[in-house]
Ligand binder design. Structure first.
Ligand code: FAD
Ligand code: NAD
Length: 473
């Protein structure tokens, strides 16, 4: 039996990063992954690279450029007559981006001497894993330590069964061959807003049906309110308190029935395509966890402690398959920490300091606590905010929508949360994460020199505003 110091199951951003770090630390490492691309070829990178973060951002960028031709560039004196979009070319570009990056991981595996084992892994007792290869052969591998990083898959709901043509999940929505005239989206969460934005910018009439009465419940209320207004202005028809009860294909269209829960009224909607994006569930199918004594929680996630240790000795689990936000960077950080723990180092994951980004335009980004959470926890706090419209650079760029909001502890001034709605929020939030990692105060940010003219000046001014001393607003 072939044996490894560490065997990783799953090569998404959790698993592949863990495998590379293990190998860097001198551990003999194998990584089992079952992903096949549309051509039936094994592909590394998991959900994130193949059908998640990367292809969705490639389409967001393409559609943003197209949208800007009509909506941003004329103000700069640049006009293009009758701009057109070639969907085939846009999808081919997205596929090339995915191929380059998944191929890049294969290169990193080679360089770091991580063995890529192509097939499905299933646990057996005593650190053994049975692998069913794509070639139909099965082999048993041994490992001193196991890291489970099998990720997540979209939740399917009986009210809207997928037919993978007219009714699709996020993966299907990354590959529409033409722009749907009428697009329905169930769930105005992260995926609904990002993919709704992609197709809306390209010309679809987009209706998002969201069961909850609140828009983006985890987001700071002021930011969510401003974002809702702007996204609706962009043409996204976001209907809150809209619980889908039934959706079926009928002829060439999809009939969607939903309840307006506030008015207690039934409604019907006809669309050409329907995306179901109502959350994701931890994926442990076929893993045979019980054989190794690995426990799951009430939501089917693998139970872990704060160091990603499962209930079974020597077996760790990371990423979407365990508790916490389903984010690529959270999975990767857990992967690095676990590799270092296995190598005998001390490692720490600060789960309270993980940034979120929703890649609409403008972007929504945050880290730490919201005002509502702090109020509920009885923590006295101070708030400073600063609008993009008071920034010189924002005017130059034509990006005056949005704000930065910083929340500090009233007693200690330590930064407790930063919330941004605006252009490049995904980049600006990194400064807040770094300041919080160093346990920084709002005064630290206020006394840090920021280049002029930049959008990052909004972070500086919001920090000054915590103490009522913003200069430009
Ligand atoms: P995954 O990436 O899901 O990888 C798990 C891997 O394990 C897969 O390759 C799977 O085939 C393999 N596997 C499963 N079971 C077995 C088995 N038994 N044997 C062998 N292999 C197995 N997150 C962000 O942070 N930023 C974003 O912008 C972002 N955008 C997203 C957009 C979309 C449309 C979607 C769907 C997700 C997005 N996410 C984003 C979420 C992100 O993709 C996940 O959080 C991330 O991929 C989780 O990484 P992971 O390693 O835990 O699992
Ligand atoms: P989500 O939890 O963000 O949103 C799902 C939404 O669907 C919720 O608002 C929920 O109330 C609603 N919903 C549930 N059932 C419904 C029903 N029957 N009718 C109408 N609405 C219903 O989940 P998602 O958008 O599917 O994304 C899954 C996860 O993937 C995210 O939580 C995130 O962790 C990850 N992701 C991250 C990014 C990013 O970081 N930019 C992008 C995409 C996905």
């Amino acid at each position: 039996m072939k044996t490894y110091d560490v065997l990783v199951i799953g090569a998404g951003p959790g698993g592949y990063v863990a495998a590379i770090r293990c190998a860097q630390l001198g551990l003999r490492t194998g990584c089992v992954d079952q992903w096949l691309d549309p051509a039936g070829k094994p592909s590394l990178g998991g959900t994130c690279l193949n059908v998640g973060c990367i292809p969705s951002k490639a389409l967001l960028d393409s559609s943003h450029h197209f949208h800007n031709l009509a909506h941003l560039l004329p103000a700069h004196g640049i006009s293009v007559k009758d701009p057109k979009i070639d969907i085939g070319a846009m999808l081919a570009r997205k596929d090339r981006v995915v191929k380059t990056l998944t191929g890049g991981i294969a290169g990193l595996f080679k360089k770091n001497k991580v063995e890529w084992i192509q097939g499905s892994g299933s646990l057996q007792s005593h650190g053994k894993v049975a692998v069913s290869g794509h070639d139909g052969k099965t082999e048993t591998l041994g490992a001193g330590h196991l890291i489970i990083a099998t990720g997540s898959v979209p939740i399917e709901i009986p009210a809207a069964p997928l037919d993978r043509d007219a009714i699709v999940d996020s993966e299907g929505a990354l590959a529409f061959r033409e722009v749907p005239k009428r697009l329905g989206v169930i769930g105005a969460g992260v995926i609904g807003l990002e993919l709704g934005s992609v197709w809306g910018r390209l010309g679809s009439e987009v209706v998002l049906l969201e069961a909850l009465p609140e828009f983006l419940a985890p987001v700071d209320r002021q930011i969510a309110k401003e974002a809702l207004e702007i996204l609706q202005k962009q043409g996204l028809d976001i209907r809150l308190g809209a619980l889908v009860t039934n959706a079926r294909k009928s002829g060439n269209a999809v009939q969607v029935h939903y309840m307006d829960t506030a008015a207690d009224e039934k409604h019907e909607l006809e669309v050409d395509k329907l995306i179901v994006c109502v959350g994701r569930r931890a994926y442990t199918d076929g893993l045979n966890l019980a054989a190794a004594g690995v426990k799951t929680d009430e939501r089917g996630r693998i139970e872990v402690d704060d160091r990603c240790r499962t209930s079974a000795e020597g077996i760790f689990a990371i990423g979407d398959v365990v508790k916490g936000p389903m984010l690529a960077h959270k999975a990767s950080e857990e992967g690095i920490a676990v590799a270092e723990l296995i190598a005998g180092q001390s490692a720490h994951i600060d789960h309270g300091n993980v940034p979120w980004v929703i890649y609409t335009h403008p972007e929504i980004a945050w880290v730490g606590k919201t005002e509502a959470e702090l109020t509920a926890d009885g923590i006295p706090h101070c708030v400073g905010s600063f609008p993009y419209r008071a920034l010189g650079r924002a005017h130059g760029a034509g990006e005056t929508t949005g704000l930065v909001k910083i929340i500090g502890d009233q007693k200690t001034d330590r930064i407790l949360g930063v919330h941004i709605f605006g252009a490049s929020a995904s980049e600006l939030i990194a400064e807040a994460v770094t300041a919080m990692a160093f346990h920084g105060s709002t005064e630290d940010l206020a006394r840090t020199v920021h280049a002029h003219p930049t959008l990052s000046e909004a972070v500086h001014e919001a920090a000054l505003a915590v103490d009522g001393r913003a200069i430009h607003f």
